[in-house]
Design a protein around this ligand. Sequence first.
Ligand code: ADP
Ligand code: MG
Length: 579
Amino acid sequence: MTYLFNQPETFVDDMIEGFAAAYRNHVLPVDGGVIRRHKTKAGQVAVVIGGGSGHYPAFGGLVGQGLAHGAAMGNVFASPSAQQICNVALAADAGGGIVFCYGNYAGDVLNFNQAQERLQTQGMNVRAVVVTDDIASAPPAERHLRRGIAGTLPVFKAAGAAADAGKSLDEVCRIATEANTRVRTLGVAFSGCTLPGAQQPLFDVAYGKMAVGMGIHGEPGLHQTDALDANSLAELLVDKLLQDIPPVAGQPEGARVGVILNSLGSVAQEELFVVYRRVDQLLRERGLVIVEPVVDRVITSFDMAGVSLTLFWLNDELEHCWLAPADTPAFRRGSISGPLDNPEQIAVIPSAIIQQHVTAGSRESQKTAAAILAALESAARIINAQREALGRLDAVAGDGDHGIGMQRGLAAAVDAAGKARDAQAGAGTLLMVAGNAWAARAGGTSGALWGVMLRSLGHELGDVNTPDTATVAAGVAAALREVMQRGNAQPGDKTLVDVLQPFSAALERAATRGASITDAWKYAADIAHDAAQQTRDLLPRIGRARPHAEKSIGTPDPGAVSLALIIGAVSAVIHGHCA
Ligand code: ADP
Ligand code: MG
């Protein structure tokens, strides 16, 4: 339950403003997140972390000397957009290259990859280390598919300590990657979490039960059991983690481990200590040497009641990083020696958002642009009406934010498209501007992909001619290619590709037989509608829903459903426009 907010929509902005005000001596707000208040030495590597909000202290609370140089902060439980990530990276850059470090979630991977591409085209040297410590989210043979949870702290810390020691970009990446290889976490939850303004929790754990392996976005746990007492819970967590010792770490006897016992939100510090008491006993009994444990909130899931235990299997180099001093809003260790690099005030860095310059399109193309704006407005209406239902679909095996994300993205797209229309943009430019605004504002997986779709379509439509059926079909085909290339989903993986692909094929068939755009779109929209319903029977093989594949059988894919809804709404607009 969230008691305090103004408007749910402004929750994250209000939160970041208050956070930056409370920690003025540590962080500076930038458009998209925060960076260190103290200047980084010229030529040093900068570590940029990030992810959705709702996980404090991850991610903004971990920015400061000895840890991250900047954090991109997305909306609640949604990845930051590529634009936000670029803004933070540009503000944090000290000339030595950038390491992106974040947990393995589809939305974060997509957006951080896009940001990496963009910065690289500007000549910056950017690498990424993706954290995969959650042992409940995939078996050891598929470690690369695991999600990132509290194990992000040791990886961030290794990267930050290495960067602040002046190591090269290669070295910082190598050390952070080694840290990820050696970290394992398991969590349990006793309750769900309720996001600001929501009437119901995102998901439920029945009173007296415990969901083992539940994700930090409320992704359902792998199984439920009766809740355990503190000692038995410590035994379960230690047992499971000792069954998944990283091969490089060897035998438990004599091994040195960093330990994190993390509250996922509403478990009290005192409860943590009661659990830690038994964790400490058990690890010592097994011959492990505990190095500077952290018993605190490290990464939360809003107000979820739950805990996670992390074991960080150290070698000499990583132990040095783990023990290195750090001073951030939420994590402090030792003391940062010597005078601060640059104690003088740094001006707040203005938004790096590149204002798109709109050149006027042809008269013909401006008419098409007006119709596209009407189509976006119509799409926004249907998504607003279906927001809750889409959220419920996404909560079955995902994180429940699909309705909110689509609503936010479409609102931004309509707003940007309206301005582009006023500036006499042609159809292509209007779509590109709308796509950029959508991706920047919505974040998440679907936000990034909708940005890609609108931009691809816009590229094909251009700013001169009135598009015929073949041009629209080519634009949709380009959107499909780009979405599959960037998101790596194949038909049958239970994603929006399962609608986009048959929709694109139908448009191409209709174009070949010379159908008008109205008829072609109507014909293809019916096929899209059916295809969305048919995703019901598919098993997710990609994205957030994959670890809970079987739970989603019988429920259609939310991204596929919203795409079909929008295609349907656009059909009516095209009909009206052409008539
Ligand atoms: P997130 O997964 O970041 O929470 P949303 O909830 O907004 O993002 O969107 C989820 C939808 O995104 C899914 O239902 C699916 O249709 C789509 N999706 C997820 N991953 C992919 C992918 N790799 N390729 C295409 N679509 C994807
Ligand atoms: Mg989602």
